[in-house]
Ligand binder design. Structure first.
Ligand code: TYD
Length: 229
């Protein structure tokens, strides 16, 4: 049984984590072994780098130095979390991956050729089978982020949320351009729709691409259920 690697991308407040949780539920219901992970982070080493990046402690390194840290975190995450899961046949749902570096650090002025080199080293050939871009205008996404922070009493915005709305809009345009350029891998979904509609669109996209969902061998949990039924 072969695992699948799906990444979610988008600007701040696009609703990626909600949709990842919902997709996980649907895939688990279909009898699949699913893990959810995120970047920066997703492995013990990468989580340490996450703290340095999101606190702004690494800002003085400049965008190129930050890009190297994102790449270092990604290499650790691929080696210690993503690959072992894919090798045992699990589906890996990842909140952000290399496309975020291309967009965020690319927008900050890092030479794309330099980003390509870092990407090649960090990803080591393990590209996602599918990338779901949840697209939302920057002002709507940022509005959601501040509302959520207020409701949940979360401390202030992180290093990247603090940027000007025009920066967030440019990131959005760059994600859309990337999706158009790599149309075989990307699916773009309108994140302004009601959550249930976004969930349905994600499911349509995933079942359209991986038509064998539900026909793969069940996980060990499924096997136990089948025997006891
Ligand atoms: P986080 O709160 O995890 O993400 P989200 O905004 O998706 O809820 O914060 C991750 C931040 O790091 C986010 O602002 C995007 C940024 N980022 C980069 O700049 N480059 C990268 O390669 C990655 C993975 C994230």
């Amino acid at each position: 049984m072969e695992g699948r690697f799906i990444t979610f991308e988008g600007g701040e407040g696009a609703g990626k984590s909600t949709q990842i949780a919902r997709l996980k539920q649907r895939l688990t219901d279909a009898g699949l072994d699913v893990i959810v992970t995120r970047e920066p982070g997703g492995s013990p080493g990468a989580e340490k780098i996450r703290e340095i990046l999101l606190s702004g402690e690494a800002k003085d390194l400049g965008p190129r130095g930050e890009a190297m840290l994102f790449a270092a975190a990604r290499a650790d995450h691929v080696d210690h979390t993503i690959l072992p899961a894919l090798e045992r046949g699990a589906w890996v749902l990842c909140d952000r991956f290399a496309d975020s570096t291309r967009v965020y650090q690319g927008e900050a002025g890092v030479d794309p050729k330099y980003l390509d080199l870092l990407e090649t080293a960090a990803v080591a050939g393990h590209w996602p089978d599918m990338t779901i871009l949840i697209d939302i205008p920057a002002d709507i996404g940022l509005g959601r982020v501040s509302k959520r922070a207020e409701e949940q009493g979360i401390s202030g915005p992180d290093r990247f949320e603090l940027d000007d709305v025009s920066v967030h809009e440019r990131r959005r345009d760059m994600f859309l351009a990337l999706a158009a350029r790599e149309a075989d891998r990307f699916v773009v979904i309108d994140g302004t729709q009601p959550l249930d509609k976004v969930e349905d669109d994600v499911w349509q996209a995933v079942t359209g691409k991986f038509r064998d969902i539900g026909t793969q061998q069940p996980t060990s949990r499924g096997e136990t259920d089948a025997k006891s039924a």
